[in-house]
Design a protein around this ligand. Structure first.
Ligand code: IDP
Ligand code: MG
Length: 238
C-alpha cells in the first residue's frame, strides 16, 4: 500500500512539473502549482497516518515518511527553477478615442477579462501627436498616417497591458480584422465598429511590437505583477 501511495505521490509531482513545462508560468503562476504540490503533500501525510494506525511495520513506515516529505520538497525545488525560467506573455491593448467616447470601455475590458486574461496595467491618457507618431511609426509611409495620428491624439485613449498564455495572438482574434467590414461577428470590431478609420481598439501584432508598445506607453513600475485568484481554474493540465 505504501509503495502504491508513493508512486501516486511522485506521479502527482511529475504531472505538476510537466504542467509547468508545457504552460509558460510567470513567477506568480508558481503559487498555484506550489499550492497544488502542498495539497499533494497533505494527502500523503493523511495517508501516512492512516498507514500508521493500520499497523505498518516501523522500517517501511519511516521510509514512507521520508518519501512523503521528499516528494513534494523535490517537486517544489524543480518547480521553483522551472517557473522562474518560463514567462507569461503580455500584450498592449488600447481603446482608441472613438471607443472611449462611445462608452465601450466596460464592454471591451469584459471580453478580455471573461476570456481569462489578466489586466496588469491600465491608464487613461490623451497622447500628443508626436507620441501617436511614435506608436504608429511603422505606418509612416501610408497616406492615412497623419490623419490616424491626429485621431489617436484627439481624445482619451485607454491604454492597457493584458497578460496570459497566447494573449498576443489571441488578443488579435478577440479584436478582429483591421477593417470592421471584414471582421467576423463575435469579435470586438465585428460587433462594435463599422469602418476602418474608427475601429475602436488597438492590439499589438507580435511579441516584438508588444514589448516595444508596452515600453512606449508604460513605465516598468506601472506594470503590476500579482496572482489572480482565478488562475488555478484558468490554467491546468489533466
Ligand atoms: P491593426 O490596428 O489591425 O493592427 P494596422 O494595419 O496596424 O491595423 O493599422 C493601424 C490602424 O490604422 C488601424 O487600426 C486603423 O485605425 C488605421 N488604418 C489602417 N488601414 C487604414 C486605411 O486604409 N484607412 C484609414 N485608416 C486605416
Ligand atoms: Mg497594427
Amino acid at each position: 500500500m505504501a509503495s502504491q501511495l508513493i508512486r501516486s505521490g511522485s506521479k502527482a509531482a511529475r504531472a505538476l512539473l510537466s504542467a509547468s513545462r508545457n504552460s509558460p508560468l510567470l513567477s506568480e503562476g508558481k503559487g498555484v502549482a506550489v499550492a497544488a504540490l502542498a495539497n499533494a503533500g497533505r494527502k500523503l501525510s493523511t495517508a501516512a497516518s492512516f498507514y500508521e494506525k493500520s499497523g505498518g511495520n516501523n522500517t517501511s513506515q519511516s521510509k514512507w515518511f521520508s518519501a512523503a516529505l521528499a516528494i513534494p520538497a523535490a517537486g517544489y525545488m524543480l518547480m521553483d527553477k522551472e517557473a522562474h525560467a518560463a514567462e507569461m506573455e503580455r500584450t498592449f491593448i488600447a481603446i482608441k478615442p472613438d471607443g472611449v467616447q462611445r462608452g465601450l470601455i466596460a464592454e471591451i475590458i469584459s471580453r478580455f477579462e471573461r476570456k481569462g486574461y489578466k489586466l496588469v496595467a491600465i491608464k487613461l491618457v490623451v497622447p500628443s501627436k508626436e507620441f501617436a507618431q511614435k506608436h504608429y511609426h511603422d505606418l509612416k509611409e501610408r497616406p492615412f498616417f497623419s490623419g490616424l495620428c491626429d485621431f489617436l491624439s484627439s481624445g482619451p485613449v485607454l491604454a492597457m497591458v493584458w497578460e496570459g498564455e497566447g494573449v498576443i495572438k489571441y488578443g488579435r482574434k478577440l479584436i478582429g480584422a483591421t477593417n470592421p467590414q471584414a471582421s467576423e461577428p463575435g469579435t470586438i470590431r465585428g460587433d462594435l465598429a463599422v469602418v476602418v478609420g474608427r475601429n475602436i481598439i488597438h492590439g499589438s501584432d507580435g511579441p516584438e511590437t508588444a514589448k516595444d508598445e508596452i515600453a512606449l506607453w508604460f513605465k516598468p513600475d506601472e506594470l503590476v505583477s500579482y496572482t489572480s485568484n482565478a488562475e488555478k481554474w484558468i490554467y491546468g493540465v489533466n
